[in-house]
Design a protein. Structure first.
Length: 72
């Protein structure tokens, strides 16, 4: 696993918004620091230099600043 960003907030729609530090593609599954599923990336939003991922949460939420990981 390697870190791809940090949790910014939970949107009113229920999606998790993750501030990305690495490039990810829609459809990939993000994990928390314990390897549990956070959710699937639905879309990328924001400017190219500072992208965010909108993640369909899988029932599990975190708090602001929690890391988000991608499995290798």
């Amino acid at each position: 696993m390697f870190q791809v960003g940090t949790l910014s907030h939970q949107a009113k729609s229920g999606r998790l918004i993750v501030r990305l530090t690495k490039e990810v593609k829609p459809g990939v599954t993000l994990l928390d620091e314990n390897g549990r599923k956070l959710g699937r990336v639905v879309e990328l939003i924001g400017p190219v230099r500072a992208p965010y991922a909108s993640v369909a949460a899988s029932g599990r939420t975190g708090k602001k600043g929690d890391p988000a990981f991608l499995e290798r």
